[in-house]
Design a protein around this ligand. Structure first.
Ligand code: F6R
Length: 604
């Protein structure tokens, strides 16, 4: 959610580095962008509505020679996405870019207007800029000004800041929105996320809550909230530069779907060999918990729905699953025998982090299932299990979701072995099948079972997904994927629920994607398919090769290899992702950066 880049160097290549960084971070927001650099001590701010490529065209016309600056790609929260509201903002001697939301911006703006500040944009960020400037004018000391401003600003922020009188320096501070720092022999860098730094270094420092960073050429100085200098502590990322390149694929989404077999292999390997990491002094103990509360957003929530069904049915434990934005404002019933599982690809989703905070306040054990190593969720949860999907650039999640489902299925298996009554034979069969999964996924990717489905869907505006049990949870994800990248409206229904109202929308030719992989529910789902077929629906049926369905009940059939239900969903998600991808392709959509969306939702 908004991408920030900052750079201070001995060389005069700031414009190139900043634009390159923005292009890499564009998945975080792309409705407008901007850059601020000093050329011969002269501040230049250039902004543009739309994609970073438009900003680049504009900036390059100015032939700037700058050794430091800041840049931003925006996902609008306050104020419409236009050039005026684009960052950087400037007030007095201060220029800044911001990721987050300043909650008390209205009160602050009234106070600052009384002091003579005028606001030209509709953003909370411009108010933060004035707030820092007001503090700076008292002392002319950037560090003191930032410390003072932190006591006034409420909400979440990651700022990169320039002061007119310090044209060789870049400052940064953050609270509840991520920022990382790095350096090499000639420069220091700051960014919202690791991919922007990969062309220069693999070593980075996480800026902690309320810390302030001062970048001066190749040096980084770090201060805690009280102004005490502290040593930066460097970490090394395992991500490599290949992750931020398409490597011959037309889109990152397609590349990432093709990386699914590896992501699942690595996730299973890490879970089986390293288990669950502990941030406490005690190890994770499966036997300690009687009930589970799963909290997440979007696709991660749908992965949680699969986990709920598997843990509840196979381990016979109470499991609830809830969206984080609801959970965080309720007063949920949790006790010391509850484990709260938070699922997140980015590990920075604001609502999921707030849910974690709530569980911690209630002194409940938390387990983060997270993809980004060292992310806020991974650092703050009591226990962490990493999905090993590596960097995911396309805004719509694919391989990270599949890795979440794989990891949660293993977790369900662990609980099932402890509390359930699974036979040794079934356990061994599941483990064998988990190991076979990457090859089975590769085989599925080699076939093209999805083009026909995509052609059937591309001209429609309303589509239904139906399924029961685990298949219903998968339908939720399939429907979300299709909506977000193809802009076709779709609804996912528990197959038996459609006749309670929504079936009235089925007419001649309405596409219905039905999943019928749940053996115990197969006949029931087939009855529901009959109901929609009788009303004229064209049915795309996804089901196991060994299930036999009368030809008259479907218009197109996609089969999956037959697996135990603990493993089947991990495989069945692939056709859903490919159908969404191909359909969006036929409709000419902007697949990697769908409208109105951003990869990491770090605001509420
Ligand atoms: C959909 C998608 C989103 C995310 C959701 C949670 O394709 O990517 O629905 O799943 O915003 O994000 P994380 O997993 O980063 O917490």
């Amino acid at each position: 959610m908004c991408g920030i880049v900052g750079y201070s160097s001995l060389k005069t290549n700031a414009v190139d580095v900043l634009l390159q960084g923005l292009a890499t971070l564009e998945y975080r927001g792309y409705d407008s962008s901007g850059i601020a650099v000093f050329d011969n001590d002269q501040l230049n701010i250039i902004k543009s509505k739309g994609k970073v490529s438009l900003l680049k065209e504009k900036v390059l016309k100015h032939h700037l020679h700058a050794s430091n600056g800041i840049a931003h790609t925006r996902w609008a929260t306050h104020g419409e996405p236009n050039e005026i509201n684009a960052h950087p903002h400037h007030q007095g001697s201060v220029t800044l870019v911001h990721n987050g939301i300043i909650e008390n911006y209205h009160e602050l703006s009234l106070q600052l207007m009384q002091e003579g500040y005028q606001f030209h944009t509709q953003t909370d960020s411009e108010v933060a800029c004035a707030c820092i400037d007001a503090a700076y004018q008292q002392t002319k000391d950037p560090l003191a000004a930032l410390q003072a401003a932190q006591t006034q600003l409420k909400g979440s922020y990651a700022f990169a800041i320039l002061f007119d009188e310090y044209p060789e320096d870049v400052y940064a501070m953050r609270f509840d929105s991520p920022l990382i720092l790095a350096q090499d022999d000639t420069a220091s860098y700051l960014a919202s996320d690791i991919p922007a730094l990969l062309p220069y270094t693999k070593q980075y420092v996480v800026l902690e809550q309320h810390e302030i960073a001062h970048l001066h050429k190749a040096a980084i100085h770090l201060y805690d909230a009280h102004g005490n200098e502290k040593e930066p502590s460097f970490q090394t990322t395992t991500m490599d530069v290949q992750a931020i390149q398409k490597n011959g694929y037309a889109h990152f989404m397609l590349k990432e779907i093709h990386e699914e077999p590896q992501a699942i292999k690595d996730t299973l390997h890490a879970f089986i060999h390293d288990g669950i990491h502990s941030n406490l002094e005690r190890p994770f103990d499966y036997a300690r918990y009687e009930q589970i509360m799963i909290v997440a957003c979007g696709s991660a929530y749908y992965a949680g729905m699969i986990a709920k069904e598997l843990i509840e049915s196979e381990a016979r434990m109470h499991v609830q699953v809830e969206v984080a934005s609801e959970f965080r404002y309720r007063n949920p019933l949790l006790d010391e025998r509850t484990l709260v599982i938070l699922i997140s690809q980015s590990g920075e989703t604001a609502d999921t982090l707030a849910a974690l905070k709530l569980a911690k306040e209630k002194k409940i054990d938390t387990l983060a299932v997270v993809n980004v190593i060292g992310s806020s969720l991974a650092r703050e949860a009591a226990f962490v299990a990493y999905t090993m999907a590596k960097a995911e650039i396309a805004v719509a999640t694919t391989k990270a979701y599949a890795a979440q489902v794989a990891l949660l299925s293993c977790l369900a298996l662990k609980f099932a072995l402890l509390h359930g009554n699974m036979t040794k034979t079934r356990k061994e069969q599941i483990i064998t099948q988990l190991h076979q999964l990457p090859d089975l996924l590769e085989e599925m990717l080699e076939k093209d079972d999805w083009s026909e489905s995509a052609h059937r869907l591309a001209d429609h505006e309303h589509i239904f997904f139906i399924g029961r049990g685990l298949d219903h949870a998968l339908c939720m994800e399939g429907s979300l994927k299709l909506k977000e990248i193809s802009y076709i409206h779709s609804e996912a229904y528990a197959a038996g629920e459609l006749k309670h109202g929504t079936i009235s929308l089925i007419e001649q030719g309405t596409p219905v994607i039905a999943i019928a992989n749940e053996a115990a529910l197969f006949d029931k789902t087939i009855s529901n398919i009959r109901e929609v077929k009788a009303r004229g629906a064209q049915v795309i049926l996804i089901c196991r090769q060994d299930f036999h369905v009368h030809k008259e009940l479907f218009d197109h059939l996609i089969t999956t290899p037959p697996l135990d239900r603990m493993v089947q969903t991990i495989l069945t998600v692939l056709p859903l992702q490919m159908i969404a991808y191909q359909t969006a392709l036929l409709r000419g959509c902007e697949i990697d950066k769908p409208r109105n969306l951003a990869k990491s939702v770090t605001v509420e």
